[in-house]
Design a protein around this ligand. Structure first.
Ligand SMILES: [Zn+2]
Length: 65
């Protein structure tokens, strides 16, 4: 077993993955995120419709000058 702390397996049975969370309010409660489409989810908290797991290219701080 690896003693590294790279394992983040929190038992979030009622929470979606961080990448699937609402991009607006950060909602992760699976009961508040309703599938309205094949790949789109509507946040019942703020009404935002988004594609889970799709990161909006914007805040990627790699080697951007
Ligand atoms: Zn939301």
């Amino acid at each position: 077993m690896n003693a590294a702390s790279s394992e983040k397996n929190i038992p979030d049975y009622d929470m979606v993955d961080e990448t699937d969370a609402c991009p607006k309010c950060g909602q992760r409660d699976i009961d508040r995120l309703v599938w309205i489409d094949d790949d789109r989810v509507e946040c019942q908290t703020c009404g935002t419709v988004y594609k889970p797991g799709e990161q909006e290219g914007g805040n990627h701080a790699s080697n951007e000058a």
